[in-house]
Write a protein that binds this ligand. Structure first.
Ligand SMILES: C[S@@+](CC[C@H](N)C(=O)[O-])C[C@H]1O[C@@H](n2cnc3c(N)ncnc32)[C@H](O)[C@@H]1O
Length: 290
């Protein structure tokens, strides 16, 4: 059971991975090391480690300095029931008709809901984040209004939660889930299988629309893209090229303060804003291809 945590932040993925590797190489190696991008557009990464014994402050200071990180914040952790904590934090998420849950909550699925089982893994997308929730709710509203796309892409699929939501309610639709990260694609494939959607959601590794399968499948009439502001703006022209007239883009991964610049980029690329929803500091946009 870990009893101490040490956390720091630094700019850039490469130094963050380097610092994590250096922590793992320590004589008193931590029980676990994590590296996460802070998803606020700042380019900062967080490196955290859990130790059984109090870590050596001097060693941590030297490592932080060597990798250009802030000094580590070390805290003693209270006794925690980790199983209960994970279950609590990964409680089911309700988004309109969709009910997203982990296997430990399989007995809680209410009657009549579209149940999507997601295991807590290294890929993003358990439904808890304001961006995933915003995309699910936006799709749920469009579905209520009678929107029945036949050709769907989920760009930056993570766990494939959005692609699976579409496949679950659109039995005739072709649904493609893609991610730039191979690990996410593997997780997506596993989730698709768990949910009995193998053969319904095609999972592939691609940056944006750069894949022959995506080119050939276009024009799409629904594209989800829950990625960050920078990639979303870069993607605007190719989003326009891969959506048919009247096609819908559900975009998230952007902060409320970034929404206007994304709207401007998509309006310039030939889209009309239909709606937006802000959940906490995160914003989800629904745009129509003119
Ligand atoms: C915030 S997660 C979203 C996951 C899931 N779609 C959801 O809504 O929960 C963003 C995902 O986009 C992927 N990604 C980032 N930039 C990308 C790009 N240019 N093309 C494809 N995938 C990208 C990341 O690897 C990550 O898995």
């Amino acid at each position: 059971m870990p009893t101490y945590s040490a956390l720091t932040t630094l700019p850039g993925e490469e130094p963050a991975q380097g610092l994590a590797a250096a922590l793992e190489d320590l004589d008193d190696a931590p029980l676990g090391v994590g590296v996460f991008e802070i998803e606020d557009g700042s380019g900062l990464w967080e490196v955290g480690a859990y130790f059984e014994e109090a870590p050596d402050d001097i060693v941590l200071m030297i490592l932080a300095e060597a990798w250009g990180a802030k000094p580590f914040a070390v805290s003693e952790l209270p006794e925690i029931d980790w199983v209960a904590k994970v279950r609590r934090e990964l409680s089911p998420v309700e988004a309109g008709r969709f009910f997203v849950f982990g296997s430990h909550d399989a007995d809680k699925v209410p009657e009549g809901r579209i149940a999507l089982q997601i295991e807590a893994t290294v890929a993003f997308g358990t439904g808890h984040h304001g961006t995933t929730l915003g995309c699910l709710r936006a799709f749920d509203r469009l579905f209520d209004e009678g929107f029945r796309p036949a050709n769907v892409a989920d760009i930056g699929c993570g766990t494939a939660v959005l692609a699976m939501a579409a496949a679950a309610v659109l039995p005739e639709a072709r649904v493609i889930a893609s991610d730039i990260d191979r690990v996410a694609v593997d997780v997506a494939e596993a989730n698709v299988a768990i949910n009995g959607l193998a053969g319904r959601v095609e999972c592939l590794e691609a940056a944006g629309f750069e894949h022959a399968v995506l080119h050939d499948a276009a024009p799409f009439d629904l594209v989800f893209a829950n990625i960050l502001k920078g990639p979303l703006i870069e993607l605007a022209p190719s989003m326009a090229a891969h959506l048919g007239t009247g096609g819908i883009a559900i975009l998230s991964g952007l902060l409320v303060v970034q929404a206007e610049s994304i709207i401007d980029a998509y309006v310039a690329a030939g889209f009309t804003l239909l709606s937006r929803e802000d959940i906490g500091e995160w914003c989800t946009l629904v745009l129509r291809r003119n």
